[in-house]
Design a protein around this ligand. Sequence first.
Ligand SMILES: [Zn+2]
Length: 339
Amino acid sequence: MMSTNLRAWRTRACAVLVVLFTLAQTHPAFAYLKFGFEVNGQQYTLKWSGPVRYYVSDVSVPGVTQSQFQAAADNAFKTWTSVKTATLSSQFMGFTRSLPGEDDGRTTLGFLNEPTLDRVLASTSYLVDGSTGELIEADIFFNSAFPWSVAAAGEQGRFDVETIALHEIGHLFGLGHSAIGETEMGSGGRRVLSTGAVMFPIALGPGDVSMRRLRPDDIAGISDLYPAAGFNRETGSVSGRITKSGAGVFGAHIVAFDIRSGEMVGNFTLGTDGQFSIAGLQPGPHLLRVEPLDDADTTSFFDAADPVDVNFTTTYFERLVIVPRGGDSGAAEIGVVSK
Ligand SMILES: [Zn+2]
């Protein structure tokens, strides 16, 4: 149901601004997919250098006033900014007559009626200075073609503003999608069985408010992008390579399962060499699972042109890896076989 169509949404032509968003593949260690873009041949990671100062459109919809919307968005911002292992902040600047999507230098959240986007609940876009790579603004639109609610316990048949805002604000801060979740295909499309991360690309159904709080994978991702002092010293990483018949596998999903806490943090192989790295892990023993990226469309994670391989069976690494404090576990080479 929820799709963040970065490329599709903000594609208006503008002479000095870059509107090209691809997932960064040049950084060796993420806990998570980050958004990257290229300006004048240089690769940038999409992130804010100071507080996110945001405005809310002066628009209400049936069931949600501007003020209620702002309060729900504020809760969602605070959920991210209160992560202890990350340093990020936000500030509500006021209501505005601007709408999300306007290139006005203001980060704006609000409703737009987009009935033709019948699978898009909300979407985040970014505006980047084409000469410096600086992030100028990011906007989030909520599609008022859907029914919305801010009820504390959720409301049947209506999507929860805070839940969807939490996911979109994760994008606004620079996070991509997580693949920690399970779906099954049914007659009406993909049905979510479980979600292990706020940044999973498919929303739970209307009325559900269980994803108003962050999961370990979300926390690892935001902390990796905006590390608080000591984060990199206190946590560790695991890295290695996924191969099939000796060749690297692109787009494999690797999950590190902390056998003591039960926490799961995932990442992907980001190149055809099959290399991966998962950072921001608690020190200690972890179980590694490799699985194909088949619980959501691969285009929710990678470019359509990328050679994502989903033809292999779920595989566990043969031994536990010990994540050291402030270091890397060393290379885990995991071979997978075709289905
Ligand atoms: Zn999304």
